[in-house]
Design a binder for this molecule. Structure first.
Ligand code: AMP
Length: 281
């Protein structure tokens, strides 16, 4: 596995791979790898010859009161996991490489970035689309794999790739969960044992919503309220949002039908967690 730390070197390597007629699959991450990230690597492997994994904790997607400074990092562990997972190139740039002095350009997707997570994290998606656009220019992938865990992010990236004519296939891989149902996340390491227990209510509430829909409930307001009530029943949970929206457009639904995304964000103690399910109704 090759480790590359500069954009120039990454671009030169991408040019060499492309001119040899090989397909580049790309998995962008913020590191502290877990089984969710590894599943994205496997999906990329099915679609590509050379797998590039990036590790970069992108400061522009964190708000001023968020967890940038304490975000978990362990490069040695990540390097070992990436090597074992068969990553060919680990792209690990520094902040000054990505945002050199004088950087003034951002990429912004309008409208859909103000909903759901965007309502309480106003600059978040601007940071995400900016870093993903920059990484695409560095890595020059044929296919990039994102996780359904960040459902809104995947929709926003698809929109950006289309609107800016990136010649990249955007693939989305399913959510990987702990055996008890908690969606895997690097941020789960923040949770105390009590918070970890209360965090189970996130996926439980989504399963509850699924059951309600399967047994005939179609009123989105009723479903949202049942999800919210279950989450609120645990003392450490504070709801940011529970949403029932069209899975392609993120438009809010009154009546559930078609491809429906039920998404939520909850602070469990000081840790903000997200989860979602997609149902075909
Ligand atoms: P992160 O390192 O948290 O920024 O995540 C990097 C990529 O991994 C994103 O595309 C996430 O959606 C994806 N990801 C994170 N957690 C999971 C999970 N539990 N299952 C599937 N994909 C995930």
């Amino acid at each position: 596995m090759k480790i590359i730390t500069t954009v120039r070197e990454m671009q030169a390597e991408a040019r060499r791979i492309r001119s040899a007629g090989r397909i580049i699959g790309f998995v962008p991450t913020m590191g502290f790898l877990h089984a969710g990230h590894l599943s994205l690597i496997r999906t990329a492997r099915e679609k590509a010859d050379i797998i590039v994994l990036s590790i970069y904790v992108n400061p522009t997607q964190f708000g001023p009161d968020e967890d940038l400074s304490r975000y978990p990092r362990d490069f040695d562990r990540d390097e070992e996991m990436a090597r074992r997972a068969g990553v060919d190139i680990l792209f690990y740039p520094s902040d000054s490489e990505i945002y050199p002095p004088g950087h003034r350009t951002f990429v912004e997707v309008e409208d859909i970035t103000r909903r759901l997570c965007g309502a309480s994290r106003p600059a978040h998606f601007r940071g995400v689309t900016t870093i993903v656009a920059k990484l695409f220019h560095a890595v020059q992938p044929h296919v990039a794999v994102f996780g359904q865990k960040d459902a809104q992010q995947a929709i926003v990236i698809r929109r950006m790739a289309k609107d800016l004519n990136f010649d990249v296939e955007i693939a989305v891989a399913p959510i990987v969960r702990e055996p008890d149902g908690l969606a895997m996340s690097s941020r789960n390491t923040y949770l105390s044992p009590d918070e970890r227990r209360d965090a189970l209510a996130l996926y439980e509430s989504l399963r509850l919503a699924e059951e309600r829909i399967r047994s005939g409930e179609r009123n989105a307001g009723v479903i949202i309220e049942s999800v919210a009530a279950h989450i609120r029943s645990k003392t450490h949970n504070r709801i940011d949002y529970v949403a029932c929206v069209d899975a392609e457009t993120l438009d809010p639904l009154e009546t559930v039908s078609g491809r429906v995304l039920i998404a939520l964000a909850v602070s469990t103690g000081r840790t903000r967690l997200i989860d979602n399910i997609i149902l075909d109704v």
